[in-house]
Design a protein around this ligand. Structure first.
Ligand code: ADP
Length: 666
């Protein structure tokens, strides 16, 4: 059906485009397709791009918010840490000062002791040296005190609390030490340094011993800061105490001790060599991760990055750089600085946690917002699609109504046409009937004329002969009368023949049809024709291309037709010396054609149109009735066949009858 494929193509087009331009589900389209088409791939890429863009729109603010939150949290955590550590630093500072000041008055007190003063007055007396040694030993019983000793005005130790030890200070000179010089200048001395004799680090407190208005010696107390340092270590806090050169005297991390915050200059190095403050220590500088010295201003709070070798607690936890919050407090009386370091790991972790939370919250809010927006858009799209669908449905209904209307109109016009056709058919039937009637009447007229012509002559002859016969009988001329009666009989016979032929013409019998072998019919016809034996010079040949072919016919009437055609041919060639008739039969599956060709005079052109008309003959009166071909055609047509005639190209006439073939009987 040619209308179908375009309709299907249209439907396919509509499905691909979606309804009224609204794309149908991509997943659905991908399922429907055999494989991804270029359009599908482009669509996928577009969706991926839009997804990535949306992701970026969510992620970017999320990351930004997290970054800002991180900065904010770091700052606020740092401020909080700084506040908390400031209090701790103050605590450490005051406890340090307390430790340093606890024995501040002890040297002065030692200088007031009578034994001490006497020894200074008479340094050479051995008994007094021993008494002072024992006294000093008593004084230094406090575990915080390392030694207590007495120097003469040249700086040589006259007596010491460790007088019995192998590394007794007695007899050694400490005149180069600043605390001695301070005391000799009438001031109380304060000095931190490593002991040149004992190599123990400690804090020296000194006081002049004045006898009779002159400084007769110097009393010195050396305090150990080890306990305090140990307390720092145990506290877990990171502390460093630096002197005015920036050298770490005390540190909670052992690696920091005796390292300087800033490099020691040559002048300072010379002073240190003189005072032997740090004895043989190298005092390597302690730098931050960027290589800069780590000086800190009092009251300053800043973040420093420590390189691995500067990081406290030598362990595997060392990192390339580690940040600390550095706070400093001063001890003005000493020119020292107490530094407090706080690890920032917790700050960073807290800030990071806060930032992640803020980032996630932002992501959550944005995702929810985007989902809501998407939902709103989907709803809008769905509403638009529904509206479009409704419009299409309405259009469709309108078109259906339109088509239905058109169909109704067409139907009505069809009904009208059918009615008109029926009318026409009726008219045709009526016309045909009247035509048939007219044809019949015409044939009847023809026949009547023919019969009248054929019968009138014998009737007139009969009348004459009968009249003559009765006259001859009256005259007694019986022989002549008998002769006339004989003519009458002949004429009656002829009239009987005419009537007999008419009977055949009138009869239509198709009840005796059967499968008839064409060869059998031909043989019968030739035998019948031969028995008449009127045509000695005629040569007849019969050939069948398919032997044994059958036709559906009444055998007697088929033979009647064939005999008529053979007789006509023979009649036409009557005057010739050599007459020839070729009969050929051929079967094309549907029908059998029997063609008869003679070499007679052929059919004159004026005769041809009337050949099959009843009573048409060119034969002399009494020879032919002109019914043979008319009857033959009638018979052949009653077999649903055809009978035609024409002239051969090389002279003579041909007649061809075509009759439906039949299966041979079993
Ligand atoms: P009839 O034989 O009584 O004349 P037909 O109807 O058989 O009647 O023939 C009609 C006419 O057809 C013949 O009179 C003749 O003129 C012509 N005709 C028939 N057969 C032939 C033929 N083989 N050759 C020439 N004319 C023919």
């Amino acid at each position: 059906m040619p209308g179908r494929p375009p309709a299907r193509a249209e439907a396919g087009g509509a499905a691909a485009a979606g309804v009224a331009g609204f794309p149908i589900g991509d997943a659905g389209r991908m399922l429907a397709a055999d494989g991804p088409s270029p359009a599908d791939a482009m669509n996928l890429a577009r969706q991926l791009r839009s997804f990535l863009l949306r992701l970026l729109l969510i992620l970017l603010p999320g990351v930004l918010a997290a970054g800002l939150a991180y900065r904010h949290f770091v700052d606020s955590e740092l401020a909080q840490l700084a506040r908390a550590n400031e209090a701790r630093l103050e605590f450490y500072r005051s406890s340090l000062i307390q430790t340093l000041e606890e024995f501040r008055l002890l040297p002065g007190v030692v200088g007031l002791d009578g034994r001490v003063r006497r020894l200074l007055e008479e340094p050479g007396r051995r008994d007094q040296v021993e008494a002072v040694n024992r006294y000093l030993e008593q004084v230094s019983t406090d575990p915080a005190i390392q030694f207590v000793f007495l120097l003469d005005p040249r700086g040589t130790a006259l007596a010491a609390s460790n007088w019995q030890d192998g590394y007794s200070l007695v007899g050694r000179n400490y005149g180069f030490r600043p605390y001695f010089e301070d005391a000799m200048n009438g001031r109380a001395g304060r000095f931190y340094g490593i002991g040149v004799t004992t190599q123990l680090a400690g804090f020296f407190l000194s006081a002049p011993v004045t006898i009779d208005g002159r400084i007769a010696g110097v009393a010195v107390v050396k305090i150990s800061l080890d306990r305090l340092e140990e307390a720092w270590r145990r506290s877990g806090d990171l502390l460093m105490l630096t002197d005015r050169l920036g050298v770490a005297l005390m540190a909670s991390s052992p690696g920091w001790k005796f390292r300087s915050l800033s490099p020691i200059g040559p002048e300072q190095a010379e002073t240190l060599a003189h005072t032997q403050q740090y004895l043989y220590e190298d005092l390597p500088p302690l730098r931050d991760a960027d290589g800069a010295p780590m000086a800190a201003m009092p009251g300053e709070t800043r973040v420093v990055s420590l390189a691995p070798d500067a990081q406290p607690f030598v362990s595997a936890r060392r990192q390339a750089r580690r940040d600390y919050l550095l706070q400093a407090a001063t001890l003005p009386d000493y020119g020292w600085q107490l530094l407090f370091f706080a690890e920032l790991t917790d700050v960073r972790v807290m800030a990071l946690t806060g930032a992640v939370a803020v980032g996630l919250a932002t992501l959550l809010v944005l995702t929810a917002g985007m989902l809501l927006e998407l939902r709103r858009r989907r709803l809008q799209e769905r509403q638009a699609a529904r509206a479009a669908l409704e419009k299409i449905q309405a259009d469709l209904e309108a078109r259906i109504a339109e088509r239905t209307e058109a169909l109704t109109v067409a139907n009505r016009s069809l009904e009208q046409r059918v009615a008109a056709l029926k009318d026409a058919e009726q008219i045709l039937t009526r016309t045909r009937d009247s035509a048939v009637q007219a044809g019949k009447l015409a044939v009847l007229g023809q026949m009547a004329a023919g019969i009248t012509h054929e019968i009138n002559q014998p009737l007139a002859a009969l009348t004459t002969l009968a009249d003559n016969a009765s006259t001859l009988v009256d005259r007694g001329r019986s022989d002549e009368a008998r002769q006339n009666l004989g003519y009458i009989s002949q004429l009656a016979q002829r009239m009987g023949r005419i009537v007999g032929q008419l009977k055949t013409f009138a009869r239509r019998d198709d009840e005796h049809l059967s499968a008839v072998a064409v060869s059998d019919s031909m043989n019968n016809v030739l035998r019948l024709f031969g028995t008449r034996g009127k045509h000695p010079g005629l040569d007849i040949s019969v050939s069948c291309r398919q032997p044994g072919v059958h036709v559906r016919a009444d055998p007697v009437r088929l033979e009647q037709v064939l005999l008529n055609l053979v007789t006509n041919a023979a009649d036409a060639m009557d005057q010739q010396d050599e007459g020839r008739l070729d009969i050929v039969c051929d079967c094309d599956g549907e029908a059998v054609e029997i063609t008869l060709r003679d070499n007679g005079p052929g059919i004159a052109p004026e005769v041809l149109p009337h050949l099959f008309e009843p009573f048409f003959t060119t034969k002399p009166a009494g020879k032919g009735l002109g019914l043979g071909l008319a009857i033959s055609r009638l018979i052949v047509e009653s077999l649903e066949g055809r009978l035609e005639a024409g002239n051969n190209d090389n002279g003579g006439a041909w007649f061809r009858l075509r009759v439906p073939s039949a299966e041979p009987p079993d």
